[in-house]
Design a binder for this molecule. Structure first.
Ligand code: FAD
Length: 501
């Protein structure tokens, strides 16, 4: 290595997102005398605020961007270094930063997050949304846009199509239903009317306990329009850095150039075939455009269902790629199929004394049958916290067991202005055909789905103010045989809490 080690820390954490900051907090409070360094690319760090343990595993919190001095004031032995790590030397236990400094470590935790998986690299008409910077770029471009195409079916796409107004949105999803990462077709059907409604709305209760789901055929499209005039707030200046979280659009006016409010058309079961400019379109003989798409759009997108749309730009919301790049060269990290650094049940990578947490890692221990990894805020916090505990336990030669939070998958969020709680194998993940579903749905108010396997509850989706999360969490955790209760389990006239007390 060219440069001399400037200082060796007992613990070095890379990344000032939720995982990294939580890891720092955990280590600094557990071993206050230890010298800790947080090396992060951005000038701000993410802090968890208003943390609330809702039940045994469900947690809720807000995330704020803060200057790193807040952390340094709280923990006198913490040094924050604002520079990106450009290389890692696991043999000599040191990292080199972009500004040419070298720091040694006894134990290192990589929490560098992920970056958007873009449909194509370096196409100025294809945007990804990851951090405050990219969200502001999106806002700027949207303010002049008449039509955008959103590709992807995860949380970001869901939020985006709901929030954007004053601009036509073509939403291309590869599945039969919207929000496939989080929901099934029934839940999607429940949410779809929100795309037509004004927002924010509090739906009037409607006594319609049954619903039908018609899955759109491949290549089918659905259009929803809403007449809305509400505007978001303007954003203040912010810095680049870590991934945004649930309320990323709060404070950013997601408004296009048109007077119309929301107009969303969903193109189901299709992916992107090709993206090209108007010149390339003219050169190509095969392109057949519908009349409404002819015009001078700067970019055109051809979908695998044969349709081609002109638009102002394309938003690629197709997931994230773990940010492992700077750490790989010269080292021997085992990586998972999704590109993440493989970690064991102590958050340790395959390299000695290197741990990883959050979006950058892939949990490769034998999972509890009720847990799966999803690259979410909650898990970034839980992993950062647990990685900190493991690192401390290892230097103190104390035993440590996998934390209880990895027993049961749980997530609270908001989609289309509804509270959403996901528990366990909420979509029957990995269960094969060997499971049963019970559903209760009141249009505009609530959607409750329970996943049963062998008569025991293994997962649930709760949309709306159902107040069922704690009871269902208990039923999942205690694996009680629910066969005797049958469909009564979801009978709205039974107070289920009393039932199982
Ligand atoms: P990040 O928050 O990405 O932090 C990574 C940190 O590492 C950053 O500080 C970065 O500057 C730093 N870094 C990167 N490379 C280097 C380097 N080489 N050297 C030094 N520092 C480096 N999750 C939810 O639970 N609910 C949601 O509703 C939700 N919505 C989202 C909406 C958007 C638009 C996005 C992008 C994500 C959303 N997520 C949501 C996901 C959630 O934000 C992430 O899972 C979570 O923030 C990951 O935390 P992390 O600490 O692992 O990584």
């Amino acid at each position: 290595m060219a440069h001399k080690v400037e200082k060796t820390f007992r613990f070095v954490i890379v990344g000032g997102g939720i995982a990294g900051v939580t890891c720092v907090e955990q280590l600094s409070s557990q071993i206050p005398s230890a010298e800790v360094a947080l090396i992060t690319a951005g000038p701000h760090i993410k802090a968890v605020t208003n943390y609330k343990q809702v039940s045994k595993v469900l947690e809720e919190f807000d995330v704020e961007e803060r200057p790193s001095s807040v952390l340094e004031e709280k923990f006198p032995n913490l040094t924050v270094i604002h520079s990106a790590v450009k290389s890692l030397h696991t043999q000599s236990h040191s990292v080199e930063t972009a500004d040419g400094r070298v720091f040694g470590y006894e134990k290192l935790c990589l929490c560098s997050g992920g970056r958007p998986k873009l449909l194509t690299q370096e196409n100025p008409y294809v945007l990804g949304i990851r951090d405050t910077d990219s969200a502001q770029e999106f806002q700027k471009r949207l303010s002049k846009a008449k039509r955008i195409v959103v590709v992807g079916n995860g949380g970001i796409a869901l939020e985006l199509v709901y929030e954007v107004e004053g601009c036509e949105v073509i939403w291309a999803v590869k599945d039969k239903a919207i929000g496939n990462t989080f929901f099934d077709a029934g839940a999607a059907q429940f949410l779809i009317p929100s795309l037509e409604a004004d927002k924010p709305e509090r739906a009037a209760p409607c006594k319609r306990p049954r619903y039908t789901t018609e899955e759109p055929a491949a290549g089918a499209s659905q259009t929803f329009t809403a007449d809305r005039n509400s505007r978001g707030r303007n954003s203040g200046p912010t810095e680049p850095g870590s991934a945004l979280g649930p309320d990323w659009h709060e404070g950013i006016a997601l408004r296009g150039a048109e007077q119309v409010s929301r107009r969303v058309s969903v193109e189901y079961q299709c992916e992107v075939e090709k993206i090209f400019t108007s010149e390339e379109l003219l050169d190509s003989q095969q392109q057949t455009l519908r009349p409404e798409n002819v015009g001078s759009w700067p970019v055109y997108i051809q979908l695998t269902n044969g349709k081609t749309f002109g638009c102002d730009f394309v938003v690629s919301a197709t997931g994230v790629v773990p940010n492992t790049e700077p750490f790989l060269h010269g080292n021997n990290f085992a990586r998972a199929d999704d590109g993440g650094l493989r970690v064991d049940d102590h958050m340790m990578t395959s390299e000695l004394d290197v741990y990883a947490a959050g979006d950058v890692c892939t949990a490769c221990w034998e999972h509890s049958p009720l847990w799966q990894q999803m690259r979410l805020w909650t898990q970034a916090r839980q992993m950062g916290w647990y990685a900190g505990r493991c690192m401390a336990a290892h230097v103190l030669s104390e035993p440590i067991e996998l934390d209880f939070c990895f027993e049961l998958f749980s997530h609270i969020t908001k989609f289309f202005n509804y509270k959403v709680v996901l528990l366990g194998k909420f979509n029957g993940q990995g269960l094969g055909p060997d499971h049963e579903l019970l559903v209760r749905c009141t249009k505009g108010r609530e959607y409750v789905k329970v996943v049963l396997s062998g008569g025991r509850m293994v997962g649930a989706v709760l949309i709306g103010e159902t107040d069922l999360e704690e009871t269902f969490e208990n039923l999942i955790l205690n694996q009680m045989d629910l066969t005797p209760y049958g469909e009564e389990l979801l009978n709205p006239n039974i107070d289920i809490e009393d039932y199982f007390d």
